[in-house]
Design a protein around this ligand. Sequence first.
Ligand code: DC
Length: 224
Amino acid sequence: MKKINVAIDGPAGAGKSSISKSVAQKFGMIYVDTGAMYRACAVYAIENGIEITDEAITPYLDKIKIDIDYTLQGQRIILNGRDVTKRIREPDATVASSTIAVIPSVRLKLVDMQRAIAANKSVIMDGRDIGTYVLPDADLKIYLTASVAERAKRRYIEMLEKGIKCEISKVIEDIEFRDKNDSEREFAPLRQAEDAVLIDTSDMTFDEVCDKICGLINGILQLG
Ligand code: DC
């Protein structure tokens, strides 16, 4: 298969990670969850009592080492040698990840890592700025979205399945906070790239969304 890069962007809870994971598996591509990297930085700040501001966090950036281990069970996120795969999904890390993602020095560090991964492998990379900033030459760009109510419902179910206790009203509040933060920040905000395919998944099943994206990828592969 020729090397291709697929960028999947969209707001929190649009289904980017589960869809990307499934599509990546079908094509034997690597799935790169860039949100997990912002979350790992947030966990570092929380656990070391570092305020999430540019001045406070920037001096520590060299001390944050993030590794992604690709295993048969999925991707593990390792922060300075410790597996934080579950920790990064907790509510405090979720809120802090959106705040830390506003800081340009944090973004530049993580964007370097993301570009390096995509340089020599076929990847499906999901995030907020992949099509607009990280991989502007991606072979395919998708902007995946859904209504706030639908996204909150999905996120709520996902958290319960992972054993994380939460209330639906809190999940809605969190999604609205992050939508605003992610799309209104100055540097590389969440927005649809001009050449991205818009997919609103509010009334689509998981399989319908996967089939649609797989069809688009097959189209690109056939072009050779
Ligand atoms: O996709 P996620 O919910 O795991 O992302 C966590 C936060 O990280 C999200 O609120 C915004 C930020 N993020 C970002 O700014 N840019 C990315 N490419 C990915 C995530």
